[in-house]
Design a protein around this ligand. Structure first.
Ligand SMILES: [Zn+2]
Ligand SMILES: [Zn+2]
Length: 609
């Protein structure tokens, strides 16, 4: 287990406090484990009665009382047999099981027997808090008053040791932060995230669906979702075209030999779909687009004059994710990436990497994503066979990336041990407006591809030189990115991305002809968007106006045009924005012109005011 920082120590201590209270309230409770989470802790408890919300409130109150009493965490070291006997006496079968594992294998890990050099231990530390003694390595805060601010939030079922053959325990989750202010912020964030949940909004706005008959984690994009994808691709094509990328199209499967060469079968096999056999040949669904793009590079010999060669494809890939890990569009088994590979010389790598970072920044600024930073993942070169063993190349590529990151002026952090197997990677971490952070795009500088695939160019010296490959996908995958945007905008897409941009709502039957005229006038505008037109429809249902407005509001349509007698008489229109703001007496063509500019400029805000 890695060392805990101060906040994690507070969180973990809070888990002990929770257990101590449960022990006091229900002395026959049997305890599992109580680790920290990203915003608090949980404890697994085996209790005969199913806990309810009201019990959580009771436990929480008692915990607060205990916290104010300044109870000390008292540490003791016991011979392991004493600890086993104590836990047996106190009817704690799960603790006994853990202690026996420690005694035999020196670890409580499920795979302890596979760990190298495992040997048993004979002394363990225990911590006493009030009347409750728990087996624990520590460390903890000194006293309950040092724990910080906490709140129990929910109860879920969890199998002992994550195995469905074992008894199911009740897992009690809590949040814990150093201050009440941070706790309140996290509670607000969770509440807001629930309202903005992309799975819920995706259904409400008819963005995507899943079908049992197609398969888990394989989303269907409905017309509204497909439009958003097209707009994002339209944007990407425009930017990539300006930067000299060449679009390509490649198949989604490839032969076994391809993935042996790429190293995916050796290093990435667990994340791939099972093979498909056709005419004695083995094929795989591709987990990445790179091997296919390398074949395009290899289509003919390349001269230094062609470099950098940038090839781009919104490419579909398939990766195996355990069904438990699937989550709406955030984690799927098939997705489509804003992918490209840049083939360049060693000397060009820095500038190309820098341009890729600047492209990210342009996209994020355009989309109103204000809070982002880069995370450079470095290899853990000693002790892991996951990384291709070539320290010199690793260090040279890391230096290029670091230089480019510094030049970009964008904020970054470095973490060890998370690099891709073929090179260091830079992830862009972006935060939605409510402050939830997502890893959205991965970039790599790859020195291995040239060796594996024999990717070379003929230099001005007439000799063969290896190319460097930059992997980049600034808009990530459509799936993850649109899920992010749904949360970020709470479904209120800026007009250029909104599936329906304008809805015309005639008040009565006699206003319908005019509605069709207005529709035609707006559709006559030519605009440089994915489908070249303003996306406008008519609600000519027999619903009352209030209902029509509510429906358009629910679909989060940016502009509503309301047509009644007054508008027909004046020849002008009245507009109601999604946010309730109203504009009356504007003529159709003026509105159309403003709209076209708003869409062309990909404005985040309304421009008709
Ligand atoms: Zn502990
Ligand atoms: Zn790639």
């Amino acid at each position: 287990m890695k060392d805990l920082n101060l906040l994690e120590i507070q969180r973990h201590s809070c888990a002990h406090l929770l257990a101590a209270i449960i022990h006091a309230l229900w002395p026959d409770a049997r305890f599992g484990v109580g680790p920290v989470t990203e915003d608090g802790f949980y404890y697994d408890v085996d209790l005969d009665l199913p806990l309810k919300e009201a019990d959580l409130a009771l436990i929480q109150d008692k915990m607060l009382e205990f916290q104010q009493e300044n109870m000390l965490f008292e540490r003791a070291e016991w011979p392991i047999d004493k600890a086993i006997a104590y836990m047996e006496d106190h009817l704690q079968p799960y603790k006994v099981e853990l202690l026996k594992l420690l005694k035999e294998k020196g670890s409580t890990s499920v795979n302890a027997s596979e760990e190298k050099g495992a040997s048993g231990i004979d002394v363990v530390s225990v911590y006493k808090l009030g009347q409750f003694i728990d087996l624990c390595k520590g460390p903890h805060v000194n006293s309950t008053s040092d724990i910080g601010a906490f709140k129990l939030i929910n109860i879920a079922g969890a199998y002992w040791r994550g195995d469905s053959k074992n008894p199911q325990l009740q897992r009690i989750y809590g949040l814990c932060f150093a201050s009440q202010k941070e706790l309140d912020h996290r509670l607000w964030q969770k509440e807001e995230a629930k309202k903005r949940d992309h799975r819920h909004l995706g259904e409400q706005l008819e963005i995507f669906r899943f079908s049992e008959d197609i398969g888990q984690g394989l989303p269907l994009w409905l017309p509204n979702g497909a439009i958003i994808r097209q707009e994002l691709e339209h944007l990407a094509r425009y930017e990539e075209n300006r930067e000299g990328y060449l679009p390509v199209v490649t198949p989604i499967i490839g032969k076994e030999k391809l993935y042996e060469k790429s190293g995916h079968l050796a290093h990435y096999h667990e994340d791939m779909y099972a093979p498909i056999q056709i005419e004695e040949e083995i094929y795989y669904l591709r987990p990445m687009n790179c091997p296919h793009h390398h074949q395009i590079y290899l289509a003919r010999p390349r001269s230094y004059r062609e470099l950098p060669l940038r090839i781009a494809e919104y490419g579909s890939v398939f990766r195996y994710e355990a069904s438990g890990g699937l989550s709406g569009l955030m984690r799927t088994r098939g997705f489509c990436q804003n992918d490209a590979h840049i083939y360049c010389t060693y000397e060009q790598a820095n500038e190309e990497f820098l341009k890729v970072m600047q492209l990210h920044a342009r996209y994020y600024d355009l989309l109103g994503i204000k809070d982002y930073h880069m995370r450079l993942s470095l290899p853990d070169l000693d002790g892991s066979d996951k990384y291709v063993n070539d320290p010199e190349e690793w260090n040279a590529t890391i230096a290029i990336i670091r230089d480019a990151m510094n030049e970009s002026g964008l904020p970054y952090e470095e973490v060890a041990g998370e690099a891709a197997f073929y090179g260091p990677k830079v992830d862009f971490m972006i935060k939605s407006v409510i402050g939830v952070s997502y890893a959205i795009s991965t970039n790599q500088l790859d020195f291995m591809a040239s060796k594996r695939f024999d990717l070379h160019y003929i230099g001005s010296d007439g000799l063969k030189h290896p190319v460097y490959v930059i992997h980049r996908a600034p808009l990530g995958s459509h799936e993850r990115f649109v899920a992010f945007l749904l949360e970020h905008y709470a479904g209120n897409f800026p007009t250029w991305l909104a599936p329906i941009q304008v809805r015309i709502m005639p008040i009565a039957d006699r206003h319908k002809d005019r509605a069709h005229e207005v529709l035609k006038m707006l559709q006559a505008f030519d605009i440089p968007s994915a489908n070249g037109k303003i996306r406008v429809d008519i609600d000519d249902s027999d619903e009352r106006m209030q209902r029509k407005i509510a429906n358009a509001q629910c679909a989060k349509i940016p502009y509503m045009i309301i047509l009644g007698d007054k508008e027909i008489e004046s020849g002008k229109i009245s507009i109601r924005r999604r946010d309730g703001h109203q504009i009356s007496d504007i003529d159709v063509l003026s509105f159309g012109k403003i709209l076209v500019e708003e869409i062309r400029g990909r404005s985040i805000d309304f421009t008709l005011i």
